[in-house]
Write a protein of this length. Structure first.
Length: 409
Protein backbone atom coordinates (compact mmCIF):
# COMPACT_ATOMS: atom_id res chain seq x y z
CA UNK A 1 0.00 0.00 0.00
CA UNK A 2 1.49 3.35 -1.03
CA UNK A 3 1.46 6.32 1.31
CA UNK A 4 -0.81 9.16 0.16
CA UNK A 5 1.55 12.08 -0.60
CA UNK A 6 -1.19 14.53 0.45
CA UNK A 7 -1.15 13.15 4.00
CA UNK A 8 1.60 14.79 6.07
CA UNK A 9 4.11 12.61 7.86
CA UNK A 10 3.40 12.39 11.59
CA UNK A 11 5.56 14.35 14.00
CA UNK A 12 8.47 12.56 15.63
CA UNK A 13 9.02 13.90 19.12
CA UNK A 14 12.09 13.83 21.31
CA UNK A 15 10.83 13.06 24.78
CA UNK A 16 14.17 13.02 26.54
CA UNK A 17 17.92 12.81 26.20
CA UNK A 18 20.55 11.73 28.69
CA UNK A 19 24.18 10.76 28.75
CA UNK A 20 27.00 9.58 30.93
CA UNK A 21 29.97 11.83 31.60
CA UNK A 22 32.78 11.52 29.09
CA UNK A 23 35.80 9.78 30.57
CA UNK A 24 39.29 9.86 29.13
CA UNK A 25 39.58 7.11 26.54
CA UNK A 26 42.89 5.84 27.89
CA UNK A 27 43.71 3.07 30.35
CA UNK A 28 44.35 5.82 32.91
CA UNK A 29 40.82 7.21 32.42
CA UNK A 30 38.20 7.03 35.14
CA UNK A 31 35.86 4.84 33.09
CA UNK A 32 38.46 2.25 32.08
CA UNK A 33 37.20 -0.03 34.84
CA UNK A 34 33.63 0.23 33.49
CA UNK A 35 32.56 -2.14 30.72
CA UNK A 36 30.83 -0.44 27.78
CA UNK A 37 27.75 -2.61 28.28
CA UNK A 38 27.51 -1.18 31.79
CA UNK A 39 27.69 2.38 30.48
CA UNK A 40 24.71 1.59 28.28
CA UNK A 41 22.91 -0.37 30.97
CA UNK A 42 23.14 2.55 33.41
CA UNK A 43 21.74 4.90 30.76
CA UNK A 44 18.83 2.55 29.99
CA UNK A 45 17.96 2.19 33.66
CA UNK A 46 18.11 5.94 34.17
CA UNK A 47 15.82 6.59 31.20
CA UNK A 48 13.25 4.10 32.44
CA UNK A 49 13.40 5.49 35.98
CA UNK A 50 12.83 9.01 34.70
CA UNK A 51 9.68 8.11 32.78
CA UNK A 52 8.40 4.86 34.30
CA UNK A 53 7.53 3.24 30.97
CA UNK A 54 7.11 -0.49 30.66
CA UNK A 55 9.96 -2.12 28.70
CA UNK A 56 7.29 -3.75 26.55
CA UNK A 57 6.31 -0.27 25.31
CA UNK A 58 9.67 0.09 23.56
CA UNK A 59 9.50 -0.95 19.91
CA UNK A 60 13.25 -1.02 19.38
CA UNK A 61 16.61 0.12 20.74
CA UNK A 62 19.13 1.26 18.13
CA UNK A 63 22.67 1.85 19.34
CA UNK A 64 25.64 3.22 17.45
CA UNK A 65 29.03 1.66 18.14
CA UNK A 66 32.05 2.23 15.90
CA UNK A 67 34.23 -0.64 17.10
CA UNK A 68 31.79 -3.53 17.67
CA UNK A 69 34.30 -6.13 18.83
CA UNK A 70 35.37 -7.63 22.15
CA UNK A 71 33.57 -5.88 25.01
CA UNK A 72 31.44 -4.06 22.44
CA UNK A 73 30.66 -6.99 20.17
CA UNK A 74 27.82 -9.47 19.80
CA UNK A 75 25.06 -6.82 19.60
CA UNK A 76 25.72 -4.63 22.61
CA UNK A 77 22.27 -3.05 22.24
CA UNK A 78 20.41 -6.24 23.05
CA UNK A 79 22.98 -7.25 25.66
CA UNK A 80 22.53 -3.97 27.53
CA UNK A 81 18.74 -4.35 27.46
CA UNK A 82 19.05 -7.72 29.13
CA UNK A 83 21.53 -6.37 31.68
CA UNK A 84 19.16 -3.51 32.47
CA UNK A 85 16.27 -5.89 33.17
CA UNK A 86 14.45 -4.80 30.03
CA UNK A 87 14.19 -8.12 28.23
CA UNK A 88 10.56 -7.34 27.38
CA UNK A 89 11.65 -4.45 25.17
CA UNK A 90 11.32 -5.30 21.50
CA UNK A 91 14.47 -5.59 19.47
CA UNK A 92 17.92 -4.20 20.08
CA UNK A 93 20.23 -3.32 17.16
CA UNK A 94 23.84 -2.20 16.88
CA UNK A 95 24.83 -0.03 13.90
CA UNK A 96 28.10 1.41 12.61
CA UNK A 97 28.29 4.49 10.41
CA UNK A 98 31.64 5.48 11.91
CA UNK A 99 31.59 8.68 13.97
CA UNK A 100 28.05 9.54 12.89
CA UNK A 101 26.66 6.32 14.37
CA UNK A 102 24.98 7.79 17.45
CA UNK A 103 23.14 10.42 15.42
CA UNK A 104 22.33 8.01 12.61
CA UNK A 105 20.73 5.73 15.19
CA UNK A 106 18.44 8.62 16.14
CA UNK A 107 17.66 9.36 12.49
CA UNK A 108 16.86 5.73 11.76
CA UNK A 109 14.55 5.54 14.77
CA UNK A 110 12.85 8.79 13.70
CA UNK A 111 12.31 7.47 10.17
CA UNK A 112 10.66 4.29 11.45
CA UNK A 113 8.37 6.30 13.71
CA UNK A 114 7.50 8.74 10.91
CA UNK A 115 6.67 5.78 8.67
CA UNK A 116 4.22 4.53 11.28
CA UNK A 117 6.13 1.29 11.88
CA UNK A 118 7.06 2.15 15.47
CA UNK A 119 5.66 4.42 18.15
CA UNK A 120 8.35 4.57 20.88
CA UNK A 121 12.04 3.91 20.31
CA UNK A 122 15.30 4.43 22.18
CA UNK A 123 18.32 5.43 20.11
CA UNK A 124 21.85 6.52 20.88
CA UNK A 125 25.32 5.10 21.18
CA UNK A 126 28.12 3.83 23.34
CA UNK A 127 31.89 3.59 23.02
CA UNK A 128 34.68 2.62 25.39
CA UNK A 129 37.85 3.73 23.67
CA UNK A 130 39.92 2.91 26.73
CA UNK A 131 38.91 -0.76 26.62
CA UNK A 132 38.34 -1.21 22.87
CA UNK A 133 40.84 0.96 20.98
CA UNK A 134 39.79 2.57 17.73
CA UNK A 135 40.60 0.31 14.77
CA UNK A 136 40.56 -2.89 16.82
CA UNK A 137 38.10 -4.44 14.39
CA UNK A 138 40.50 -3.98 11.49
CA UNK A 139 39.10 -4.16 7.97
CA UNK A 140 40.45 -3.69 4.44
CA UNK A 141 39.97 0.08 4.31
CA UNK A 142 42.21 0.31 7.36
CA UNK A 143 44.73 -2.51 6.92
CA UNK A 144 44.80 -3.66 3.28
CA UNK A 145 47.03 -1.49 1.04
CA UNK A 146 45.44 -3.11 -1.97
CA UNK A 147 42.17 -1.50 -0.92
CA UNK A 148 43.07 1.82 0.70
CA UNK A 149 45.87 2.90 -1.64
CA UNK A 150 43.81 2.98 -4.86
CA UNK A 151 41.28 5.13 -2.98
CA UNK A 152 44.01 7.47 -1.66
CA UNK A 153 42.42 6.82 1.72
CA UNK A 154 44.25 8.69 4.48
CA UNK A 155 44.39 8.48 8.25
CA UNK A 156 41.94 11.11 9.48
CA UNK A 157 44.61 13.27 11.07
CA UNK A 158 46.46 13.57 7.77
CA UNK A 159 43.16 14.39 6.05
CA UNK A 160 42.60 17.14 8.63
CA UNK A 161 46.06 18.52 7.93
CA UNK A 162 45.28 18.41 4.21
CA UNK A 163 42.13 20.46 4.80
CA UNK A 164 44.04 22.99 6.90
CA UNK A 165 46.69 23.27 4.19
CA UNK A 166 44.17 23.72 1.37
CA UNK A 167 42.12 26.25 3.35
CA UNK A 168 45.16 28.23 4.46
CA UNK A 169 44.48 27.78 8.17
CA UNK A 170 47.48 28.58 10.35
CA UNK A 171 48.56 26.73 13.46
CA UNK A 172 47.62 29.86 15.42
CA UNK A 173 44.05 29.74 14.07
CA UNK A 174 43.69 26.04 14.85
CA UNK A 175 44.96 26.52 18.38
CA UNK A 176 42.67 29.51 18.90
CA UNK A 177 39.70 27.38 17.89
CA UNK A 178 40.80 24.70 20.37
CA UNK A 179 41.25 27.25 23.15
CA UNK A 180 37.75 28.58 22.53
CA UNK A 181 36.38 25.04 22.79
CA UNK A 182 38.03 24.55 26.18
CA UNK A 183 36.94 27.94 27.47
CA UNK A 184 33.35 27.41 26.43
CA UNK A 185 33.19 23.85 27.76
CA UNK A 186 34.73 24.94 31.06
CA UNK A 187 32.22 27.77 31.37
CA UNK A 188 29.30 25.46 30.59
CA UNK A 189 30.53 22.85 33.04
CA UNK A 190 31.11 25.38 35.84
CA UNK A 191 27.64 26.87 35.35
CA UNK A 192 25.82 23.54 35.25
CA UNK A 193 24.70 23.70 31.61
CA UNK A 194 25.27 19.95 31.18
CA UNK A 195 23.77 18.91 34.50
CA UNK A 196 20.20 18.18 33.40
CA UNK A 197 21.23 15.41 31.02
CA UNK A 198 24.15 13.93 32.95
CA UNK A 199 23.81 10.66 34.84
CA UNK A 200 26.63 9.55 37.15
CA UNK A 201 28.56 6.33 36.76
CA UNK A 202 28.94 4.52 40.09
CA UNK A 203 30.61 1.34 41.27
CA UNK A 204 28.85 -1.74 42.64
CA UNK A 205 28.67 -0.11 46.07
CA UNK A 206 26.97 2.99 44.72
CA UNK A 207 30.04 5.17 45.12
CA UNK A 208 30.59 7.61 42.24
CA UNK A 209 33.28 6.79 39.70
CA UNK A 210 32.64 9.78 37.45
CA UNK A 211 30.00 12.50 37.70
CA UNK A 212 31.23 15.12 35.21
CA UNK A 213 33.16 15.27 31.96
CA UNK A 214 36.76 14.36 32.71
CA UNK A 215 38.66 15.92 29.83
CA UNK A 216 37.78 19.62 30.14
CA UNK A 217 40.87 21.66 31.03
CA UNK A 218 39.86 25.14 32.27
CA UNK A 219 43.48 26.25 32.56
CA UNK A 220 44.40 25.51 28.93
CA UNK A 221 46.31 28.43 27.43
CA UNK A 222 47.57 29.59 24.07
CA UNK A 223 51.13 29.00 25.24
CA UNK A 224 50.42 25.41 26.27
CA UNK A 225 48.77 24.62 22.95
CA UNK A 226 51.61 26.22 21.00
CA UNK A 227 54.18 23.93 22.67
CA UNK A 228 52.52 20.74 21.40
CA UNK A 229 54.11 18.96 18.46
CA UNK A 230 52.23 17.94 15.30
CA UNK A 231 50.53 14.63 15.89
CA UNK A 232 50.35 13.24 12.38
CA UNK A 233 53.72 14.08 10.82
CA UNK A 234 55.18 10.61 11.32
CA UNK A 235 52.28 8.75 9.74
CA UNK A 236 52.03 11.35 7.00
CA UNK A 237 55.67 10.88 6.11
CA UNK A 238 55.13 7.13 5.80
CA UNK A 239 53.54 7.71 2.42
CA UNK A 240 50.11 9.09 3.24
CA UNK A 241 51.06 12.71 2.54
CA UNK A 242 52.27 11.57 -0.87
CA UNK A 243 48.90 9.93 -1.46
CA UNK A 244 47.21 13.22 -0.56
CA UNK A 245 49.36 15.10 -3.06
CA UNK A 246 48.62 12.51 -5.72
CA UNK A 247 44.90 13.14 -5.23
CA UNK A 248 45.33 16.93 -4.94
CA UNK A 249 48.33 17.84 -7.10
CA UNK A 250 47.61 21.55 -6.66
CA UNK A 251 48.94 21.20 -3.09
CA UNK A 252 52.73 21.53 -2.94
CA UNK A 253 53.18 20.08 0.55
CA UNK A 254 50.91 18.98 3.39
CA UNK A 255 51.47 21.17 6.42
CA UNK A 256 51.32 19.21 9.66
CA UNK A 257 49.29 21.53 11.89
CA UNK A 258 47.08 19.38 14.06
CA UNK A 259 48.23 18.32 17.51
CA UNK A 260 46.76 16.50 20.46
CA UNK A 261 45.58 19.91 21.63
CA UNK A 262 43.55 20.93 18.58
CA UNK A 263 42.15 17.48 17.77
CA UNK A 264 39.34 15.65 19.52
CA UNK A 265 40.30 13.59 22.56
CA UNK A 266 39.60 9.86 22.83
CA UNK A 267 36.75 9.26 25.27
CA UNK A 268 34.40 6.74 26.87
CA UNK A 269 30.67 7.29 27.27
CA UNK A 270 27.09 6.49 26.33
CA UNK A 271 24.04 8.54 25.39
CA UNK A 272 20.36 7.85 24.73
CA UNK A 273 17.43 9.66 23.12
CA UNK A 274 13.80 8.68 23.72
CA UNK A 275 11.69 9.25 20.59
CA UNK A 276 8.06 8.60 19.82
CA UNK A 277 4.86 9.72 18.16
CA UNK A 278 2.20 11.92 19.72
CA UNK A 279 -0.28 9.16 20.52
CA UNK A 280 2.25 7.03 22.39
CA UNK A 281 3.51 10.04 24.28
CA UNK A 282 0.01 10.96 25.42
CA UNK A 283 -0.69 7.36 26.40
CA UNK A 284 2.41 7.25 28.61
CA UNK A 285 2.16 10.80 29.91
CA UNK A 286 5.38 11.90 28.24
CA UNK A 287 6.04 15.58 27.58
CA UNK A 288 7.69 16.29 24.22
CA UNK A 289 10.74 18.53 24.36
CA UNK A 290 11.36 18.86 20.63
CA UNK A 291 10.40 17.50 17.24
CA UNK A 292 12.72 16.25 14.55
CA UNK A 293 12.17 18.35 11.45
CA UNK A 294 14.43 16.39 9.13
CA UNK A 295 17.75 14.71 8.57
CA UNK A 296 20.18 13.87 5.80
CA UNK A 297 23.27 11.84 5.11
CA UNK A 298 26.02 12.62 2.62
CA UNK A 299 29.38 11.45 1.36
CA UNK A 300 32.35 13.33 -0.05
CA UNK A 301 35.77 12.47 -1.45
CA UNK A 302 37.23 9.76 0.85
CA UNK A 303 40.70 11.31 0.68
CA UNK A 304 39.82 14.65 2.23
CA UNK A 305 36.85 12.90 3.90
CA UNK A 306 36.00 15.41 6.68
CA UNK A 307 34.06 18.06 4.72
CA UNK A 308 30.79 16.13 4.60
CA UNK A 309 28.96 18.09 7.35
CA UNK A 310 28.52 21.05 4.99
CA UNK A 311 26.90 18.83 2.36
CA UNK A 312 24.69 16.93 4.82
CA UNK A 313 23.59 20.14 6.53
CA UNK A 314 22.64 21.91 3.32
CA UNK A 315 20.78 18.80 2.19
CA UNK A 316 18.84 18.64 5.47
CA UNK A 317 18.00 22.35 5.25
CA UNK A 318 16.73 21.96 1.70
CA UNK A 319 14.54 19.02 2.64
CA UNK A 320 13.00 21.05 5.44
CA UNK A 321 12.55 24.18 3.33
CA UNK A 322 14.90 26.14 5.60
CA UNK A 323 17.83 28.50 5.15
CA UNK A 324 21.02 28.77 7.19
CA UNK A 325 19.60 31.86 8.89
CA UNK A 326 16.59 29.90 10.14
CA UNK A 327 18.76 27.83 12.50
CA UNK A 328 19.37 29.35 15.92
CA UNK A 329 22.13 27.03 17.14
CA UNK A 330 24.59 24.76 15.35
CA UNK A 331 26.61 21.81 16.60
CA UNK A 332 29.33 20.42 14.33
CA UNK A 333 31.50 17.75 15.91
CA UNK A 334 35.02 19.01 16.54
CA UNK A 335 36.86 15.99 15.21
CA UNK A 336 39.72 18.37 14.36
CA UNK A 337 39.97 22.14 14.55
CA UNK A 338 40.11 22.46 10.76
CA UNK A 339 36.77 20.66 10.47
CA UNK A 340 35.03 23.17 12.71
CA UNK A 341 36.76 26.19 11.21
CA UNK A 342 35.91 25.23 7.64
CA UNK A 343 32.32 24.36 8.51
CA UNK A 344 31.80 27.67 10.28
CA UNK A 345 33.39 29.62 7.44
CA UNK A 346 31.58 27.79 4.65
CA UNK A 347 28.18 28.42 6.24
CA UNK A 348 29.13 31.89 7.52
CA UNK A 349 28.07 31.14 11.09
CA UNK A 350 28.45 33.67 13.87
CA UNK A 351 30.47 32.62 16.92
CA UNK A 352 27.48 32.99 19.22
CA UNK A 353 25.49 30.39 17.23
CA UNK A 354 28.16 27.74 16.75
CA UNK A 355 29.35 25.13 19.27
CA UNK A 356 28.51 27.56 22.03
CA UNK A 357 29.37 25.14 24.85
CA UNK A 358 32.56 23.77 23.36
CA UNK A 359 32.97 20.48 21.60
CA UNK A 360 34.95 17.29 21.28
CA UNK A 361 38.33 19.02 21.38
CA UNK A 362 37.58 19.89 25.00
CA UNK A 363 34.99 17.31 25.99
CA UNK A 364 36.17 14.23 24.09
CA UNK A 365 34.77 12.10 21.29
CA UNK A 366 33.39 8.68 22.32
CA UNK A 367 32.89 7.72 18.69
CA UNK A 368 29.59 5.83 18.63
CA UNK A 369 27.98 7.98 21.32
CA UNK A 370 29.00 11.49 20.26
CA UNK A 371 26.13 12.17 17.85
CA UNK A 372 23.48 11.42 20.46
CA UNK A 373 25.44 13.44 23.02
CA UNK A 374 25.56 16.45 20.71
CA UNK A 375 21.83 16.23 20.08
CA UNK A 376 21.16 16.30 23.82
CA UNK A 377 23.58 19.19 24.38
CA UNK A 378 21.91 21.12 21.58
CA UNK A 379 18.42 20.58 22.98
CA UNK A 380 19.48 21.55 26.50
CA UNK A 381 21.00 24.77 25.19
CA UNK A 382 17.95 25.62 23.08
CA UNK A 383 15.85 25.34 26.23
CA UNK A 384 18.30 27.26 28.40
CA UNK A 385 18.60 30.09 25.87
CA UNK A 386 14.89 30.05 24.92
CA UNK A 387 15.71 29.45 21.25
CA UNK A 388 13.77 27.43 18.72
CA UNK A 389 15.75 25.53 16.08
CA UNK A 390 19.04 23.66 16.03
CA UNK A 391 21.14 21.56 13.68
CA UNK A 392 23.67 18.91 14.66
CA UNK A 393 26.13 17.31 12.25
CA UNK A 394 29.21 15.10 12.26
CA UNK A 395 31.87 14.04 9.78
CA UNK A 396 33.15 10.48 9.62
CA UNK A 397 35.69 8.24 7.96
CA UNK A 398 35.57 7.52 4.22
CA UNK A 399 33.80 10.83 3.61
CA UNK A 400 30.53 10.09 5.45
CA UNK A 401 28.42 12.72 7.23
CA UNK A 402 25.01 13.05 8.86
CA UNK A 403 22.90 16.04 9.89
CA UNK A 404 19.70 16.41 11.93
CA UNK A 405 17.46 19.44 12.45
CA UNK A 406 15.28 19.79 15.56
CA UNK A 407 12.69 22.30 16.72
CA UNK A 408 12.14 22.91 20.41
CA UNK A 409 8.58 22.70 21.71
Amino acid sequence: MNRNPNVPMPDVFIYDTLRTPRGSGKTSGSLYEVKPVHLLEVALRALQQRHHFSPAAIDDVIIGCVTPIGDQGFNIARTALLEAGMAAANGGMQINRYCTSGLEAVNLAAAKIAAGWESLTIAGGTESMSRVPMGSDGGPLLNDPGVFMPQNYLPQGVAADLIATMEGFSRVELDAFALRSHQRAAHAQANGYFRASLIPICDASGLPILTSDELVRPTTSTEQLARLRPAFATVGDQGFAAMALHRYPEVEQVQYLHTAGNSSALADGAALVLLGNARKGEELGLRPRARILGCASASVDPTIMLTGPQVASRRALQRCGLEVGDIDLWECNEAFAAVGLKFQRDLNLADDRFNVNGGAIALGHPLGATGAMLLGTLLDELERSDLKTGLVTLCAGAGLAVATIIERI
